[in-house]
Design a binder for this molecule. Structure first.
Ligand SMILES: Nc1ncnc2c1ncn2[C@@H]1O[C@H](COP(=O)(O)OP(=O)(O)OP(=O)(O)O)[C@@H](O)[C@H]1O
Length: 231
């Protein structure tokens, strides 16, 4: 379970987040939605240790985590799949995956089969440079790389952006499988209404740097989601 409480964030003098609070239970996909620029990516960055929060607390499975670097977040069990993927273009697929080893004990410095089973195309393209993969393949690589550290919290920022429909389907299937396995809380930021609604178990609307209440799927229609995406 990820618990975020009263998160504030600034870029210089500009305040972006105002007491953002939400919970993301293990074995569920918690979806943050809202219009461009409302602060969804900033919230993920703070949770991922990519940008310091100005105030607030982040708790993973009951343990308060202090985050000022991405390495600390990874050690606290938080993995982040950034918008734009950030695959290392000159490194092979295998080398990209191996970058996740930094926070694992030496005995675990191997790529588990289940990672390649989740995204078989990566097994076939192990030796290919990251920069030579298609956008969809890069997105699968970015998710696979985030899973190498065996996270308890997986943060995904717009994983379907610019991706063709058949790969979106594969990414959706992979996330459903991870949800079923129940070992991590998944937080999804998504502008694709179909994908967000199909995958989300609960929805948190972010508006002007503030978040509203958590809405369960049973109380939330796709039309409501489409309206909230525009807020
Ligand atoms: N590094 C930065 N320095 C200054 N301002 C920033 C920085 N990154 C984002 N912002 C601003 O912070 C606000 C929130 O941006 P953020 O990317 O978190 O929103 P978002 O909801 O994820 O939007 P999008 O869907 O477009 O990614 C925006 O006004 C944006 O211009």
């Amino acid at each position: 379970m990820l618990e975020v409480e009263n998160l504030d964030l600034h870029y210089g003098q500009s305040r972006i987040l105002y007491e953002v609070s939400f919970q993301a239970p293990k074995g569920q996909i918690t979806t943050l939605i809202g219009n461009n620029g409302v602060g969804k990516t900033s919230a993920l960055k703070a949770i991922a240790g990519r940008h310091p929060a100005s105030a607030g607390t982040i708790t993973v499975d009951g343990t308060l985590v202090r985050l000022t670097t991405a390495f600390q977040a990874a050690n606290a069990g938080i993995s982040y799949v950034p918008q734009g993927r950030e695959v290392f273009p000159m490194m092979t697929v295998e080398e990209n995956l191996e970058t996740g080893f930094a926070c694992l004990p030496k005995a675990d410095h191997h790529i588990p089969d289940h990672i390649y089973d989740l995204f078989p195309v990566l097994r076939d393209m192990k030796a290919r440079r990251g920069g030579d993969l298609s956008g969809g393949q890069q997105q699968q690589l970015a998710i696979a790389r985030a899973l190498i550290t065996r996270p308890r919290v997986l943060l995904l920022d717009e994983p379907t952006e610019g991706i063709q429909p058949n790969v979106i389907q594969q990414i959706g299937d992979a996330l459903r499988l991870l949800r079923t396995q129940g070992e991590m809380a998944i937080v999804l930021v998504e502008q694709n209404a179909d994908f967000a609604y199909a995958l989300g178990d609960s929805f948190i609307v972010v508006e002007g740097g503030r978040n509203g209440p958590r809405k369960l799927k049973a109380d939330y229609t796709k039309d409501m989601l489409i309206a909230d995406l525009a807020l």
